[in-house]
Unconditional design. Structure first.
Length: 348
């Protein structure tokens, strides 16, 4: 007589399948040790151990440090396939920031009182210093997404000697106007596409500021739908389940980190104006922004870059992907990086 199926036995079967898929992906995305590098370890940064991964097919390539957004939205668990093409042209470094991902796994919530924008920027500088020494490079390239762009700008302002160039995407430009500009852009998009449900929703909550979270939830709902982000965001969970060297614990760490980081850091970002982010920089600045970003509005980013003084600055709108263009349109994003930014990293 066949034994009855239990939840535990079904989970073991599912976990076994995931293990096979992780092993297959580990083989498919393996880096050759001859010229390449594939490291994943804890590094002492800012008085705590923080998780850093380094992958690239040729150590001679420029080093690219990716600053994830959120806050607390680590990308390490699911970008193994998306960043694989990047690893042909750059040594790609990902870092689970203070209070996020595997860094939070190691430190626990005791780190919460130290989570400030200034501390995050100093952590980022220390990561850059570590990479310069460890990888024997004079300077590195920074690519910062969304929340990462806030302290990324502080990093390059404080220590331009560490960086070849800065690339912002989902660039925060003026958080005092962010939601009002996003609301106006969403209404225009709804009108242009004759999307009556969106118009009804947006008009029901009206323009910000909001007395409750409902207005912000409506904005996020339609921003994600217009940008096509919902499927992408769900897809990252699937990628995390089959990522080499990862487990369900990484997904739980990510969720835990987003909750903690939101509690500790979001309130520190709501009153930032362009002057707080910085207006004078000593290195080239590139904004690769989704052409229709309804989360960190494209027009605000364009205006912010226009107000910046830098030895070189470029604004590149990317069709498709919106706020997540760096991932959803990673092919075009990489083309721009290779053509316009990578040569700067080959000069030293």
């Amino acid at each position: 007589m066949q034994e009855p199926t239990t939840v535990d036995s079904e989970y073991r079967k599912f976990d076994g399948l995931l293990a096979q898929l992780r092993a297959r992906n580990a083989e498919q995305f393996a880096i050759s040790p001859k010229n390449g590098i594939d490291e994943a370890t804890y590094v002492s940064i800012g008085g705590i151990e923080q998780w850093v991964t380094i992958r690239g097919e040729d150590r001679a390539n420029p080093v690219l440090l990716f600053l994830h957004g959120g806050p607390g939205d680590v990308t390490n668990p699911w970008t193994f396939a998306l960043f694989a093409p990047w690893e042909k042209h750059f040594t790609v470094v990902q870092w689970d920031q203070r209070g996020a991902g595997r860094t939070l796994r190691r430190t626990g919530h005791a780190v919460a009182p130290t989570m400030t924008l200034d501390r995050m920027a100093q952590d980022g500088i220390e990561v850059a210093e570590y990479l310069r020494t460890h990888l024997r490079k004079d300077k590195i390239i920074v690519v910062a997404h969304s929340f990462g762009s806030i302290f990324g700008m502080r990093m390059i302002s404080a220590r331009p000697d560490l960086f070849h160039a800065y690339v912002g995407t989902g660039q925060v430009a003026d958080s005092t106007r962010n939601y009002s500009a996003a609301y106006d852009a969403l209404v225009r998009k709804a009108q242009a596409t004759a999307n009556q449900p969106a118009l009804d929703d947006l008009r029901r909550v009206g323009p910000p500021p909001y007395k409750s979270g409902e207005g912000y939830r409506v904005q996020r709902k339609w921003a994600n739908r217009f940008e096509g982000a919902d499927q992408f965001l769900f897809g990252t969970l699937g990628l995390a389940l089959v990522a080499p060297g990862k487990s369900v614990q990484d997904i739980n760490d990510s969720a835990d980190g987003q909750m903690l980081s939101g509690e500790r850091l979001v309130s520190q970002t709501t009153s930032l104006e362009p002057k707080d982010l910085g207006l004078n920089f000593a290195i080239p600045i590139f904004f690769l922004q989704g052409a229709e970003d309804f989360t960190t509005p494209t027009e605000l980013a364009r205006r912010y870059l226009a107000s910046i003084r830098a030895p070189r600055k470029e604004f590149v709108p990317l069709k498709g992907g919106g706020h997540f263009a760096v991932f959803m349109n990673s092919g075009q994003f990489l083309e721009v990086l290779v053509k316009r930014v990578r040569p700067l990293g080959l000069r030293h």
